[in-house]
Design a protein around this ligand. Structure first.
Ligand SMILES: [Zn+2]
Length: 307
């Protein structure tokens, strides 16, 4: 965190941290998480009262803004959560649990738990298809590390496989772990995530051969022949999604070194989130951290599910 940013009040005082999160999650004032009431709510301000405690005078229950979010059940101060979120959002390649542990002065176990929850908040529930209104979507796969469940052989069968889509117009990335790179696996995923009226750009791999039947247009570059931009039509290429892969791989290899296959979707969500909210789109580090707060609701993650 740079010097000026680290002195912002939400990183310094617990009261300011609560106020910061409340502003983002309750733009129109507090909402009771138990009954949904927005009208008859009082802030409890007694000397022995916990910070950020409210009482609902409809259901008579008490609550704070942490209820129903990734912060619920955490004993770590909210200002440390906000610091961690800022670090993860501001770094290009991610922040390891070890780094959070040292920077925030919390245990390694807490740091690990925190980073998984933050990644969960980055997972966006947006399932609307890419490439609406005839936009262009690039699709490609990459391989990362060995899948311990598969015997090591020649080729890529034993590697973890990742499919990413980038919508050129919105600049968003959407990635997933896939079992294999056959047409049978990939085509249904593309049909689910890409609008029919889209132009789809891929390389000349066999799994993409019949895509032209599914979408308005299908452009291919013959990577197998060393072609990276079509000479006939320079809009035909997959350089955007390959750029995304290079950021993803640099981060995964440099910062995280290893992650179990069952956690990989969370790391993908992290890289998708940062890419989709990147500086080139006019989103700075603080905006990105604020945007992440929108995703903290409804993402409670128990300790067990993160193992
Ligand atoms: Zn209530």
């Amino acid at each position: 965190m740079n010097h000026a940013v680290s002195f912002e009040p939400q990183f310094q005082s617990e009261e300011a941290a609560y106020a910061f999160v409340e502003n983002r999650l309750w733009p129109d004032g507090p909402v009771c998480p138990h009954c949904g009431n927005k009208e008859k709510i009082g802030k409890l301000n007694g000397k022995a009262t916990r910070i950020g405690l409210y009482k609902c005078y409809v259901c008579l229950k008490q609550f704070t803004v942490k209820i129903g979010t990734i912060f619920e059940d955490s004993h770590l101060p909210l200002r440390l959560w906000l610091q961690a979120i800022y670090h993860v959002c501001a770094s290009k390649k991610g922040v390891s649990s070890n780094q959070l542990h040292r920077t925030l002065g919390i245990t390694l176990k807490s740091a690990w738990f925190m980073s998984h929850r933050i990644r969960e908040a980055m997972r966006n529930g947006n399932l609307s298809p890419f490439g609406g209104n005839g936009g262009t979507v690039e699709s490609d796969e990459t391989f990362l590390w060995n899948d311990p469940e598969k015997p090591v052989k020649r080729g890529y069968a034993h590697k973890n496989k990742i499919l990413s889509l980038v919508d050129r117009e919105s600049g968003e990335a959407r990635s997933m772990v896939i079992d294999d790179v056959t047409a049978k696996t990939i085509v249904p995923i593309l049909k689910e995530n890409i609008a029919r009226e889209a132009r789809v750009m891929t390389d000349d791999a066999g799994q993409y051969r019949f895509l032209g039947e599914e979408f308005a247009d299908h452009g291919t570059v013959a990577h197998s022949l060393g072609e990276y931009i079509s000479l006939a039509d320079p809009s035909i290429h997959t350089n955007t999604v390959e750029g995304f892969f290079s950021i993803f791989k640099r981060g995964m290899k440099g910062v995280y070194q290893h992650c179990a296959k069952k956690h990989m979707h969370r790391y993908l969500a992290e890289f998708d989130f940062r890419y989709s909210n990147r500086v080139a789109k006019g989103i700075d580090d603080s905006d990105r951290a604020k945007k992440l707060l929108d995703g903290v609701v409804g993402k409670r993650l128990t300790y067990e599910t993160t193992h």
